[in-house]
Design a protein around this ligand. Structure first.
Ligand code: ZN
Length: 395
């Protein structure tokens, strides 16, 4: 066996152990059974992982054959990554540990006309004092991202930008906000077929099919906010009648005003909805039903097992849910689509930034935690990162 092969097997076996411990704490004997590895191999690799500070030992549990075993688990905060969202309304920066816990987060607004350089500069300043020890920084944007290029982000007014900027103290990766959010669901929950709808000012979908993120030829797969229809309302992309002019939350506010409401922003609208204001409830019900029809369309386009609603719409979900489900029931193509599971994002409006961090966390697991030993692979495209839970080679 060549040296490269041994290294590769070690990586795969460490990955199998770490992936198994992500799902539940286990003894060495459990790990041998779950991964199919020899007990001696498990013991050796566990020692390695303990020495590296990645695992910790917990209570002693009686074993099946009378021999007690020590429970092993991933050490909280042993590794973490930073994630950022350059959104239309502001920037979010946070840290997520490798078990999915948000360690801290900060947000700041910015003037609408501020350009990409100024926003990345502000982000750099915020990252610098908090970068030490982080695996990397995943930055998400509401637009079409292809490698280090941003092809088009209509709601930011940015087009064809080179994002491979220097000066960040840690490795940086860029991704579309909906795609990063979808990846985080796959990473944290092992989803295989999922549509992650990000609805704020704009509308985008991150689709995972059979464990793979769909990006398309140019990275534009999932930009469904720019499905054109018969409408005449101008869209920020320069065309007319895009779906996002109907479903985007700016239109929710406009509709509320047309009904006699006076909310200037979503926070106010949400507060009004909490008080049961009639115009707010009507506008939200209208949007919910339209979203239900949209999900019926998504069901025939991608047939996901479930849908997660993220972006600011996640906060509105309690008011959108009933009309959304009614709209979906009415418009569903297959009877099974009538009850398509739909949930708001568990991370709320932080989801895109959490998705950004998960780009590096997923890569760390994929490398079996051999981060420093694989500088070339560390810099490789993260799409190579395997999603879901796989097993290592038997040894
Ligand atoms: Zn458009």
């Amino acid at each position: 066996m060549r040296k490269g092969d041994t290294q590769e097997i070690r990586r795969l076996n460490r990955r199998a152990i770490l992936q198994s411990l992500r799902q539940a704490p286990a003894t060495r004997a459990d790990l041998a059974r779950k991964t199919g590895l020899a007990k001696s191999a498990v013991s050796r690799l566990v020692e390695e992982l303990l020495e590296e500070g990645l695992l910790e030992e917990g209570e002693v549990r009686p074993g099946e054959l009378g021999r007690p075993g020590v429970l092993l688990r991933l050490k909280p905060q042993a590794r973490y990554a930073l994630g950022a969202e350059l959104g239309v309304e502001g920037t979010v920066l946070l840290a997520v540990d490798w078990r999915g816990e948000v360690l801290w987060s900060q947000e700041w607004p910015h003037p609408k006309e501020e350009g990409v350089e100024a926003r990345l500069e502000a982000l750099k300043e915020a990252v610098r004092p908090r970068a030490e020890g982080a695996l990397g920084l995943g930055i998400t944007l509401p637009g079409v991202v292809a490698g280090p290029r941003l092809l088009f982000a209509p709601n930011l007014g940015w087009r064809d930008l080179d994002l491979s900027l220097k000066g960040f103290p840690i490795p940086v990766a860029f991704e579309n906000d909906a795609k990063a959010s979808a990846l985080s669901e796959v990473f944290f929950h092992g989803e295989e077929n999922l549509a992650y709808v990000v609805l704020s000012t704009g509308l985008g979908v991150g689709v995972v099919a059979e464990g793979r993120l769909l990006r398309g030829t140019h990275g534009a797969a999932g930009e469904v906010g720019h499905w054109t229809g018969g409408g005449r309302t101008p869209c920020r992309c320069g065309r007319r009648g895009c779906l996002e002019t109907e479903l985007g939350l700016q239109n929710l506010l406009a509709h509320h005003r047309a009904l006699g409401g006076e909310a200037e922003d979503l926070d106010t609208l949400l507060a009004l909805a909490e008080r049961g204001e009639e115009a707010a409830m009507k506008a939200l019900a209208h949007l919910g039903e339209a979203l239900g029809r949209f999900l019926a369309n998504l069901a025939v386009a991608y047939d996901p097992a479930r849908v997660v609603i993220g972006g600011r719409a996640a906060e509105l979900f309690p008011y959108l849910e009933a009309p959304l489900r009614a709209g979906l029931r009415k418009a569903a193509f297959l009877p099974v689509h009538q009850n398509l599971p739909v949930y708001p994002s568990a991370y709320g409006h932080l989801a895109p930034a959490v998705g950004g961090a998960s780009l590096f966390l997923a890569r760390f697991f994929e490398l079996g935690g051999l981060w420093a030993e694989s500088p070339r692979r560390n810099g490789g495209p993260y799409e190579e990162v395997a999603l879901g839970f796989r097993h290592g080679f038997g040894a």
